[in-house]
Write a protein that binds this ligand. Structure first.
Ligand SMILES: NC(=O)c1ccc[n+]([C@@H]2O[C@H](COP(=O)([O-])OP(=O)(O)OC[C@H]3O[C@@H](n4cnc5c(N)ncnc54)[C@H](OP(=O)(O)O)[C@@H]3O)[C@@H](O)[C@H]2O)c1
Length: 316
């Protein structure tokens, strides 16, 4: 195999800590019908990457290449692709969970996983956004139907999902309450949070009231406790295992809605996100960039759970 038929990627043969990640050379994939081959320029790193690295998660046993976020350039199109042509700059989330593999120089995916990269933002910015933005969009807009004037509580509002969810909620005209440790409250106000809550000092379930929508990004007992802050008819959308069979029963008893969701790749959602970015309503905060070869370092940093904004791998 010549070097032209191969690509660099971050692979792993065993489950474990960041040290199991290593640079490997793999065959460069070819696009199948309705797929595009994208030359990856930047790719966000998400908690699901370090969870899968450690536990195998939905993917089971390695070997595999992780990564769902992509910003890059279309290199080749498969039969049937009409949305894009070679040279187009695109961003998107690979079909979650089984379409993984963006922590590499090239990746193939259905063309409809992508939208055109918004004009005026670079690949690092565009590569940070897809997974967290689709998650926040699908939770707040599609599942909860968030409307102007409603009150929304966003847990971990300084995190990858949270800081994007805050901006989407503000763009829809909502009043936003966001939790973070006190040192991050200036950051929260800067992205539009109306009411920061220090979760280390205050029990949100006791102090926050009359909320229409909660985005639970923590899981465990947070989902159940979040039900208590809702108005009748309100909704908790949890993006993590809720850890309690009572979540749905309690919601029924209180006359509120309880939903668990998993992000799903979506061309229409990506176009909405691109539109928000272009109108100035959405911008990722970049906490750090790392060359592809330093993916393990990005995993180490993200795995602390203290990130403000997003970590991104840059592929030269
Ligand atoms: N179901 C799905 O489809 C889906 C999609 C995306 C993400 N997720 C999951 O959602 C979770 C969040 O993802 P992410 O990308 O936003 O993670 P992240 O960027 O790593 O989140 C880091 C942030 O969490 C905050 N935080 C930690 N514990 C907190 C607490 N108890 N209360 C308030 N804030 C807290 C930290 O702020 P402090 O330093 O102030 O604590 C930090 O800013 C992850 O578990 C991820 O796997 C699920």
């Amino acid at each position: 195999m010549s070097n032209d038929d191969t690509m660099r990627a971050i692979g792993q043969d065993v489950l474990g800590g960041p040290e199991v990640l290593k640079e490997v050379r793999l065959p460069r994939p070819a696009p199948r019908p309705n797929e595009v081959l994208v030359r990856v320029r930047a790719a966000g790193v998400n908690p699901t990457d370090w969870k899968h690295r450690e536990t195998g998660g939905f993917l089971g046993e390695p070997p595999f290449v992780l990564g769902w976020d992509v910003s890059g350039v279309v290199e080749e199109v498969g039969i049937g692709v009409a949305l894009f042509e070679p040279g187009d700059e695109v961003f998107g989330m690979l079909p979650y969970p089984f379409g993984h593999g963006s922590h590499a120089e090239y990746v193939t995916a259905p063309a409809r996983a992508f939208a055109r990269k918004p004009a005026g933002v670079d690949h690092v910015q565009a590569g940070a956004l897809p997974l967290v933005s689709l998650t926040a969009w699908q939770a707040l807009v599609e599942r909860a139907g968030l409307r102007a004037g409603q009150r929304v509580l966003i847990h971990a509002a300084a995190g990858g999902v949270g800081h994007v969810a805050v901006q989407i909620a503000k763009a829809r005209g909502a009043y936003v309450i966001g939790t973070a440790s006190a040192g991050k409250h200036d950051f929260l106000r800067g992205i539009g949070v109306d009411e920061p809550v220090d979760y280390r000092e205050t029990d949100f379930a006791e102090t926050v009231k009359d909320v229409d929508v909660v985005l639970d990004t923590i899981g465990g007992d947070y989902a159940l406790r979040s039900l208590r802050v809702l108005r009748p008819g309100g909704i908790v959308v949890s993006i993590l295992p809720v850890g309690s069979p009572e979540f749905h029963e309690e919601a029924e008893r209180l006359g509120v809605r309880a939903v668990r969701m998993l992000v799903d790749a979506d061309h229409t959602g990506m176009k909405e996100i691109a539109g928000l970015v272009e109108s100035g309503g959405l911008r990722a905060t970049i906490a750090g960039t790392f060359p592809l070869a330093d993916a393990a370092e990005a995993h180490r940093r993200g795995g602390t759970g203290r990130t403000t904004g997003k970590l991104v791998l840059v592929v030269d």
